[in-house]
Design a protein around this ligand. Structure first.
Ligand SMILES: N[C@@H](CCC(=O)N[C@@H](CS)C(=O)NCC(=O)O)C(=O)O
Length: 214
């Protein structure tokens, strides 16, 4: 039976807005049976080794479908849609459009909206300095979890290099201050391993040959 990890208790400001609703809504649309596992956030139910095995970033939602474990709301929805054969076209072209808009929602649209929400929260305290401190703590939290995930792993998603590594390695270059990455030797090693690939060198050489600085 599909298990869905959702909140049983969460702070008042988040209640009604949490991302487990994305999975629950999709399941409602698809009419797939599932079992709810409620997690108590204030009691730190998410911060255990057992839960981290399901959700490396210690977050909700996660699913366990008879041993197929996933976190990240978008990944859960894509998996469930493909499994149910609902809410996603079955042809590669149609599926690609759905993937495109899933990433647009998660990255292009969610990121600035979430940042604004966090700036406004910090404003209530000490303004921009507080916001920067919060953002550094947020980055450290996710880098720390990525560090733990990379223990014994060469690549993030599978034993071999995949497109997920192209995305993750390139995202890590957004940390312009190397001191942010330095405390995480596996993350640094992983990033360097990805960028040591001959295809990256060829890509960058050809990019610089074509792209002028404006
Ligand atoms: N990118 C993740 C974000 C998940 C996320 O931020 N979940 C929040 C709830 S909406 C959470 O678990 N927060 C608790 C925490 O980070 O301690 C996704 O889309 O699933």
């Amino acid at each position: 039976m599909l298990k869905v990890y959702t909140f049983s208790k969460v702070n008042a400001i988040a209640r009604g807005n949490t991302r487990d609703l994305r999975v629950l809504w999709a399941l409602e649309e698809m009419q797939l049976p599932f079992e709810l596992i409620g997690m108590d956030h204030p009691a730190h139910d998410l911060n255990t080794d057992a839960y981290r095995r399901l959700s490396p970033f210690e977050q909700i939602p996660a699913i366990d479908d008879d041993g197929l474990v996933l976190s990240e709301s978008a990944a859960c929805l894509i998996y469930l849609a493909k499994k149910a054969g609902k809410l996603i076209p079955s042809d590669p072209a149609g599926e690609a459009q759905v993937l495109r808009w899933c990433f647009a929602a998660m990255n292009s649209v969610e990121l600035p909206l979430l940042s604004l929400m966090l700036i406004d929260w910090a404003k209530k305290e000490d303004g921009p300095t507080k916001h920067r401190d919060n953002t550094v703590a947020w980055a450290n939290r996710h880098l720390g979890n990525l560090e733990r995930w990379l223990d014994g792993r060469e690549y993030v998603a599978t034993d071999s290099f995949t497109v997920a590594d192209i995305l993750m390695a390139h995202v890590l270059t957004m940390a312009k201050d190397e001191s942010l990455i330095k405390p995480y030797p596996r993350v640094a090693g992983y990033r360097d391993r990805c960028f040591a690939r001959p295809a990256w060198k060829r890509t960058l050489d050809s990019y610089y040959a074509k792209v002028e600085a404006g």
